[in-house]
Design a binder for this molecule. Sequence first.
Ligand code: NAD
Ligand code: TYD
Length: 353
Amino acid sequence: MILVTGGAGFIGSNFVMDWLAQSDEPVLNLDKLTYAGNLQNLASLKDNPQHVFVQGDIGDKTLVADLLVQYQPRAIINFAAESHVDRSISGPDDFIQTNIVGTFNLLEVTRGWWQQLDDDKKAGFRFLHVSTDEVYGSLALDAPAFTEEHPYEPNSPYSASKAASDHLVRAYQHTYGLPTLTTNCSNNYGPYHFPEKLIPLMIVNALAGKPLPVYGDGMQIRDWLYVKDHCSAIRRVLEAGRVGETYNVGGWNEKANIDIVKLICQHLDKLQPRSDGQSYAAQITFVKDRPGHDRRYAIDARKIERELGWKPEETFETGIVKTISWYLDNDAWVDNVQTGAYREWLASNYGSR
Ligand code: NAD
Ligand code: TYD
């Protein structure tokens, strides 16, 4: 079986569902169920014996050691993380604890268990660490996209903590020979995305008649990838990636935030028009910028295409329609994630902007 950490979050739950739809190999899913973890994401697997869910922390060495001995996974795919830049600015502690200390503990326990495996199992084992393009910092408008050789220049507590975890993974391969792989992916979007991130927040706020808060001038650029394409890239890297390598994953799809928001409004105007006949674009509101806001991210995904033959299947135009339709069809999921804690976050992040 494989061990997936953070498999109740946005990307992890998509990964687990896609994996079990395509393979008979069971998944052990270890997730702490923070505010971002949601078992409702995995409701379709409720009666699937191939999916074993354990609530727990990647930093809990005793728990992880027991799970490794009991389940003997052939691979670990580490999605577990604190993942929201704005939360890392208002409260960085959890980011240090999970992304750095947690990943360190996970690596350390994995090393101890892996070292006593027999030679065949040792050679076949993989530790795949899921990381972000944000570790590379911010690009000038005319600069070439991030390659795997780009220096690490993280600018937020989130990206700094992810960079630290990437370095630990690298060191465990270099020093101990642990067979690791790292993927650095651009911004994802799609079903089950928690509505504190740009795309789901705009869809949910638009439908609720609330302001659409665009930070600063809205001209920051992100390189968007449909979540299922990220999942297929991870499966491909796990299957054929060279040990110790990092692979950048991206959609060749750079867009400014304000253009994304306008596009979402245009689609919603067609799919679920406002009752007063106005466009949802009337709800766009420019608000105070994020401190230290990175201007542009862009991924050069040629290495993974050249070496592993991976390319995204969705264009942004097809992916965004699927995503908006999913939110329109899943209002119960949206209502359920908008709990008291979510409302408190909105008040603390947007109240003073
Ligand atoms: P998410 O915040 O939606 O989910 C994170 C999951 O990890 C949650 O289910 C949470 O409960 C769990 N978790 C948090 N701390 C934990 C701990 N200590 N032990 C066990 N589980 C814990 O995040 P996501 O968007 O699904 O991102 C998943 C991974 O992909 C992260 O490592 C993130 O850095 C990376 N990534 C995300 C994006 C993106 O656009 N969302 C892009 C590139 C890389
Ligand atoms: P986000 O989804 O938080 O991802 P990241 O910061 O990891 O790229 O934000 C994407 C972009 O959208 C980023 O430039 C910040 C911007 N943004 C807004 O303009 N308004 C918002 O309310 C949010 C959440 C983000």
